[in-house]
Ligand binder design. Structure first.
Ligand code: PGA
Length: 244
């Protein structure tokens, strides 16, 4: 059994180093006694070198290793600072029009021997139009284009319905479970059922301490990707407790 992975996505928060350290240390102390869990904090890039004692991830990366790309952060740069990288988060897709580059980013993360967390999910409009399955298929197939099964073996997938992110309107557990099975079916078609079975699939989208348990214990997700609630140490620690 894979240990549940509980990932905190701090997004563009908090605005100061002092608050970042305080939040991190509260979480670190609060989860100390909780066994059988893996907590990963994804803060803004600049806080990565300052935070020690829990696993860390980046929220994004650039696909080239180096060069004249103003403002970008490459995977070799991240290598000594963190272990995980979120790729294709819906906010990157929405505000930065990320689509085709997601495959390049995923490859760059794997090249650097970092662990990618590939985020996929449909919008409300796509769901209303009955396009959820097609959207998930397209997002997964395009992101994994020309990635061999042996390279894929370290990839983590996060199902994050866009309509559930930051809305306080989480996907219900039964529906989320269906989407997990669908994602596994897509992965098994690309690779094999054995590989699909071993791929960790996380749920994200308005996770709180009062709904965390269902995704892991009922729907069988291998962990959670938590946005808003991860900025409140007490609430996040409670989520970790509920999920293990
Ligand atoms: P949320 O965000 O928990 O605030 O809905 C989840 C995410 O964007 O990863």
């Amino acid at each position: 059994m894979i240990k549940p992975l509980i990932i905190a996505n701090w997004k563009c928060n908090p605005t100061g180093i002092k608050q970042a350290k305080a939040l991190f240390n509260s979480v670190k102390n609060g989860v100390k006694g909780i066994k059988r869990r893996k907590v990963i904090i994804c803060p803004p890039f600049i806080y990565l070198p300052m935070l020690k004692g829990l696993s860390l991830g980046a929220q994004n990366c650039f696909w080239e290793k180096e060069g004249a790309y103003t403002g970008e952060i490459s995977c070799p740069m991240l290598k000594s600072l963190c272990q995980y990288v979120l790729v294709g988060h819906s906010e990157r897709r929405k505000y930065f029009n990320e689509k085709d580059e997601i495959n390049n980013k995923l490859k760059a993360v794997l090249d650097a021997k970092l662990i990618p967390v590939l985020c996929v999910g449909e919008t409300q409009e796509q769901r209303n139009q009955d396009k959820t399955e097609a959207v998930l298929k397209e997002q997964i197939i395009s992101a994994l284009d020309s990635i061999s099964s042996s390279r894929f073996s370290s990839v983590i997938i996060a199902y994050e319905p866009v309509w559930a992110i930051g809305t306080g309107n989480p996907c219900d557990v039964e529906e989320a479970q269906k989407m997990k099975l669908l994602i596994q079916k897509i992965i098994s078609k690309i690779y094999s059922s054995n590989i699909s079975f071993k791929t960790p699939v996380l749920y994200g989208g308005s996770v709180k301490s009062n709904n965390a348990e269902g995704y892991v214990k009922e729907a069988g997700f291998n962990g959670l990707l938590v946005g808003g609630a991860s900025l409140d140490a007490r609430e996040f620690i409670e989520i970790v407790k509920q999920a293990v």
